[in-house]
Ligand binder design. Structure first.
Ligand code: AMP
Length: 416
């Protein structure tokens, strides 16, 4: 029987895995330096958590959740994103009792039953941050600045940051009314999905990737900013001024909305060239009511998430090199296996990158392997070496061979 991985899932290996490690390392270092602490939440959560927070009429909840009943009939799902889980954890662990902002970051697998294509997987991975406890515009600016710095640290080029405001909860009701009014007699040219979205959640029409729907929106000159209150416009204005002050380049995209219900005020999206149709590499926004609606205190919050697969696609060409092998130990005679093994372990403890053969190869074939692995030094252990209490040491580049005693081995290897 032959097993294959499920559609929309990947094995990450070789140079890709090294690239992922690089992205993870940059994440840990950068987010910590901004005062964010790592949080790891469960991969399975109650289904209701996402229905309530993301919204029952959103694409993710309607069509994309991996959900099931456990053996006791409880409704469970694999998390499709992390913000709702982190809001739950913030409330459940009473993180609001600490003074100041709660700043958290995460890395992990997310699951959405989407149609797989380049950059769109069913199991994908996100790295993101959440800053909970403030509604001030300076936090929006700092979070967007951090998103930009993250990409810069990864040396990712040619990305574009788009921003917009959705207004507050009340404004969003106004926007819905505005959209209903503007679209109700103009649905003709929209796709069948959008026609359905109109009655369930008109916001989603603005998110449609279909080019004729986009053209129609352009023609209709849909501009929901007029439904946004003075305070929210002022907030948006301050965010933009602070971004300019911090030298973050952005463009305003007045029809940018995010596919989840909980977003309010500032939303943003980062796109990269070279990703094809799935060009969003990261996105984020404010969610000023979510924590309260989930039973926590009334605190503002904002966060973002980047997709590791898409970052890796953008960085894909530059392969992270394997570090070169310091030493390959060649064992001439299996009689001395114990000494060979303990020597390899000792050298590794000293921080040297050491390999030996584990497949019972001949001497010649071990030498060939050492060559293929590009070892700097080959240590040879045979009868003569064993009896004299040392090793023959060969520098592969020059071909020079010397004798080294057991006692001098580490200092010789490290000194060279
Ligand atoms: P979202 O949570 O939909 O705002 O997505 C944030 C980021 O996660 C996107 O910009 C992508 O980089 C990534 N992402 C979302 N869905 C997928 C998916 N199905 N496959 C791969 N990456 C994804």
């Amino acid at each position: 029987m032959k097993f294959q991985r499920l559609r929309g899932t990947d094995d990450i290996l070789g140079s890709q895995a090294r690239l992922w490690q690089k992205i993870e390392k940059v994440s840990h270092n950068l987010f910590s330096s901004f005062g964010y602490q790592e949080i790891r939440t469960p991969i399975i959560e109650p289904l209701k958590l996402f229905e309530r927070s993301i919204g029952e009429t959103t694409q993710i909840v309607e069509k994309e959740l991996f959900q099931f009943q456990d053996r006791s009939g409880r409704d469970i799902c694999l998390r499709p994103e992390a913000t709702a889980s982190i809001a739950r954890a913030y409330i459940e662990n009473r993180l609001f009792q600490k003074a100041g902002l709660t700043k958290l970051y995460y890395l992990g697998a997310m699951f959405r039953a989407e149609r797989p294509q380049k950059g769109r997987k069913r199991q994908f991975h996100q790295v993101g941050i959440e800053a909970i406890g403030s509604s001030q515009p300076e936090l929006d600016a700092e979070v967007i600045y951090l998103a930009k710095l993250f990409l810069d640290k990864l040396e990712l080029k040619d990305y574009l940051i788009q921003i917009n405001t959705l207004g507050c909860r009340e404004d969003k009701k106004e926007i819905l009314a505005y959209l209903a009014e503007r679209l109700k007699d103009n649905l003709e040219g929209f796709c069948s999905d959008c026609k359905q979205r109109f009655s369930r959640n008109p916001f989603r029409i603005l998110d449609c990737k279909n080019s004729s729907c986009r053209e129609n929106l352009e023609k209709l000159n849909i501009n929901f900013q007029e439904a946004i209150c003075k305070e929210c416009l002022q907030h948006y204005q301050e965010v933009k001024e602070l971004l300019s002050h911090l030298k973050v380049e952005y463009s305003e995209e007045r029809r940018l909305v995010r596919g989840l219900d909980y977003y309010t005020r500032t939303v943003f999206e980062v796109s990269g060239s070279g990703l094809g149709a799935q060009n969003a590499v990261g996105a984020g926004g404010r969610y000023d009511n979510l924590i309260e609606e989930m039973g926590g205190p009334a605190v503002g919050a904002i966060g973002f998430a980047f997709g590791l697969e898409r970052i890796a696609l953008l960085l894909g060409e530059e392969e992270e090199e394997l570090s070169p092998l310091d030493v390959f130990l060649v064992l001439q005679n299996r009689e001395y296996l114990k000494l060979a093994l303990s020597t390899v372990m000792k050298l590794r403890q000293e921080g040297l990158y050491v390999e030996m053969d584990y497949q019972g190869r001949s001497l010649k074939s071990q030498m060939r392997l050492a060559n293929e692995r590009n070892a700097r030094i080959v240590l040879i252990l045979g009868r003569e070496e064993f009896e004299m209490g040392g090793f023959s040491l060969k520098y592969m580049e020059s071909g020079k061979q010397i004798w080294v005693s057991k006692e001098d081995l580490i200092s010789t290897l490290k000194g060279d």
